[in-house]
Design a protein around this ligand. Structure first.
Ligand SMILES: [Fe+2]
Length: 453
């Protein structure tokens, strides 16, 4: 059984979990693979493949028979049940009268570990708060050890999973949903044949946190101590202390990134490597030694005294720091975005001036994608140059990306679809290019208005 750094990512929805899951499956081309139900919760496992697993959790209101009992007693029972359930945690301090968190949130990046006991001892030495102790769970497919730690960052937790002695499809306690059993009222067919590898979402590329001013340094220190992760530069223009700083009107923020790789001492598992071939294909090899199945986290932090930007919007609507987006990698973003659009997934489109803004960078890049096709689909391009940073440098590498609209009713979490063509950054240049193109668009509109007057 292959192992991966990110085992799954958990999404907490306060109500209508089933409808949410169906929408997610339909629009992102995922399928329901497993289900678990308790008195207090329902959980659905949705998958793109073995490397992209999302767990949707809904904490239920108190059951009717409990509502008739003493309220405090019901609350206590619920809290105890959740405390004793290795898979459940309230993702929000604020709960409504039914005991459900008051907002939706993506809050748990679950990590596969090689030695959970050793990892937990390390966390305890760091003073990290364990939400769940190490618990052994088993069924006919073997044994899994799980634990849960609260991070230093907003409502983010990490479930740890040691599962080398388990051959089941997900985790004990979950019932597999066979794809042929799935039927939906509106006729959406989850039983489609697997899409060719180049067209599908392959793996989680990175997870980005939105954090409060002046907190990124402490957050990175926590992840270094807790998991042995290391900082790395998102861009050659990055400063060690400051990160990659973007300081424009209405857009003042810094980006910092950190990663785990398998040579680190701690036990986060990463013995599978995804190989990115020059033709865009992605292959998996669990026996590779040259690199790692990296666990990449990015921090987006507002600058002090800046005007409100996308990070501040997240902090306000999410009521605190947390996971802002998850980037899903595809081997062919043109096909993937085209398909997801047809399936009804809504994306943020750049202003048409964006492609004029980046045109100079693209003309010598020798891209295999048609720029007009990228423009049609609103796919962003970010270019990374070799050492001399010369435009047209043959060493130039690039990535393609596109962001969805927020998936909840408020402006918080969204997905990114990304395809890497050698570039290792996160599209930092695109933030500037988008800002410039928006400025150009506003200028054109103002000139037009003056002309009309
Ligand atoms: Fe990203």
């Amino acid at each position: 059984m292959l192992q991966h750094s990110i085992h799954h990512i958990e999404i907490g929805v306060r109500e209508n979990g089933e409808e949410f899951v169906l929408e997610l499956c339909k629009k992102l081309g995922l399928y329901r693979a497993g289900y678990r139900e308790t008195v207090h919760s329902r959980q659905w496992l949705v998958r793109a493949n073995d490397w992209v697993q999302l767990l949707v959790t809904e904490i239920r209101s108190s059951p009717p028979e409990q509502e008739q009992q003493n309220c405090a007693h019901s609350d206590q029972q619920r809290d105890e049940a959740i405390a004793n359930d290795p898979y459940l945690v309230l993702w929000d301090q604020d709960v409504d009268e039914g005991g459900r968190p008051v907002r939706n949130s993506v809050f748990n990046v679950c990590l596969t570990v090689k030695d959970i006991q050793r990892q937990v001892e390390r966390l305890e030495r760091c003073g990290a708060k364990m939400e769940k102790p190490v618990t052994v769970l088993s069924d006919a497919d073997g044994e899994v050890k799980v634990a849960m730690v609260r991070s230093c960052l907003g409502n983010v937790v990490h479930t740890l999973v040691e599962r080398q002695h388990y051959s089941g499809f997900f985790l004990p306690g979950f019932t597999s949903i066979r794809r042929q059993d799935v039927k939906t009222d509106d006729g959406y067919d989850e039983i489609r044949p697997p899409t060719p590898p180049r067209n599908r979402i392959t793996h989680v590329d990175h997870v980005t946190f939105a954090v409060e001013v002046d907190t990124s340094q402490d957050i990175i220190a926590w992840y270094e101590n807790a998991f042995g992760m290391k900082r790395f530069y998102v861009n050659s223009a990055e400063d060690d202390g400051e990160g990659f700083v973007i300081n424009l009107p209405n857009m003042a923020l810094r980006l910092k990134a950190f990663e785990y790789w398998k040579c680190a001492e701690t036990g986060v598992s990463s013995n599978t490597t995804l190989h990115h071939h020059s033709n865009g294909d992605v292959g998996v090899n669990d026996d590779d030694d040259d690199g790692c199945n990296k666990l990449l986290f990015v921090i987006a932090e507002s600058l002090k005294d800046s005007e409100p930007n996308q990070v501040d919007t997240f902090l306000k609507d999410h009521k605190g720091p947390g996971i802002q987006h998850v980037a899903l990698h595809t081997g062919n973003i043109v096909d993937t975005v085209s398909r997801l659009k047809q399936q009804g997934l809504q994306f943020v489109d750049p202003p048409h001036t964006y492609y004029k803004e980046i045109n100079g960078m693209l003309k010598d890049l020798n891209m295999k994608e048609s720029v007009s096709r990228l423009e049609d689909l609103g796919i962003l391009v970010d270019v990374e140059y070799g050492n001399d940073k010369t435009h047209g440098d043959k060493k130039a590498k690039y990535l393609l990306q596109k962001f969805t609209k927020p998936i909840f009713e408020v402006n918080t979490f969204f997905f990114e679809i990304i395809q890497r063509m050698g570039a290792t950054g996160f599209g930092a240049n695109n933030i500037i290019a988008l800002w410039r193109s928006l400025q150009a668009l506003l200028q054109t509109e103002q000139q037009q208005q003056q002309h009309d007057v």
